[in-house]
Design a protein around this ligand. Structure first.
Ligand code: DX5
Ligand code: ZN
Length: 222
């Protein structure tokens, strides 16, 4: 099953509610919400109060990507704000396993993200507890960067381990995903596609979602 997740980082923040509605109307499955603290990454975006407000006007799956140094401190706020999936970075401070347990205990889905320099094996200790693994295909921090094709062996290594253990874990890719790059990611084993600038920059957003899904399906049957 393939899922598309427009990243609201590339949207117009003065019209977040309308932008979320556009995602829904275009056929997207999730809303990817990038939370940055200016410390884990050199950029600041938004926090739990905004997620809470958005929750009132959107029934999309909220995929909250925490690019923050201290996820353990803030996970409860994002749970309360209405996140459906919370992603923590393996490279953040504190125990990743503790963060995963905290998210699972709250009754929502957990995901662990790997920066480009972190190997696939880093996520293996928690794999059985996760709903999703996020393989970053850019250095986290900003939208509009180029897709790192050299991350595909990592996607494949995670997919192989998921298959070997017969788990049902999604693999998300985030960064530089377009109608062109999506097939490489799908072929390597990814099935959740974040798209920021590709989606919000598209004149026909419905077509952008369809292209992502169609190209992923095609690549998968190759
Ligand atoms: C980058 C963020 C991404 C970003 C993707 O740190 O995690 O979600 O918004 O944007 P594009 O699709 O433009 O690379
Ligand atoms: Zn993201």
């Amino acid at each position: 099953m393939f899922y598309t997740a427009p990243s609201i980082l590339s949207s117009d923040f003065s019209r977040l509610g309308e932008e979320a509605a556009v995602c829904r109307e275009s056929g997207a499955d999730m809303l990817h919400i990038d939370v940055m603290d200016g410390h884990f990454v050199p950029n600041i975006t938004l926090g739990a109060p905004i997620v809470k407000s958005l929750r009132k006007c959107s029934d999309l799956i909220f995929d909250v990507h925490l690019m923050i140094s201290e996820p353990l401190k803030f996970i409860p706020d994002f749970v309360k704000a209405g996140a459906d999936i919370i992603t923590v970075h393996e490279e953040s401070d504190g125990s990743t396993e503790k963060a995963v347990d905290m998210i699972n205990d709250a009754g929502i889905k957990s995901c662990v993200a790997l920066k480009p320099g972190t190997p696939a094996q880093a996520v293996f200790p928690y794999l059985d507890k996760l709903a999703m693994v996020l393989v970053m295909t850019v250095e986290p921090g900003f939208g509009g960067q180029s897709f790192m094709a050299d991350m595909m062996p990592k996607v494949k290594a995670v997919r192989d381990e998921i298959t070997r253990r017969r788990l049902n874990v999604d693999i998300e890719v985030d960064g530089g995903i377009t109608g062109q790059t999506v097939s490489q990611a799908a072929k390597a084993g990814a099935n959740v596609f974040v798209a920021g600038s590709y989606f919000f920059g598209a004149a026909d957003k419905k077509a952008a979602i369809k292209t992502l899904t169609d190209e992923a399906k095609k690549a998968c049957t190759l």
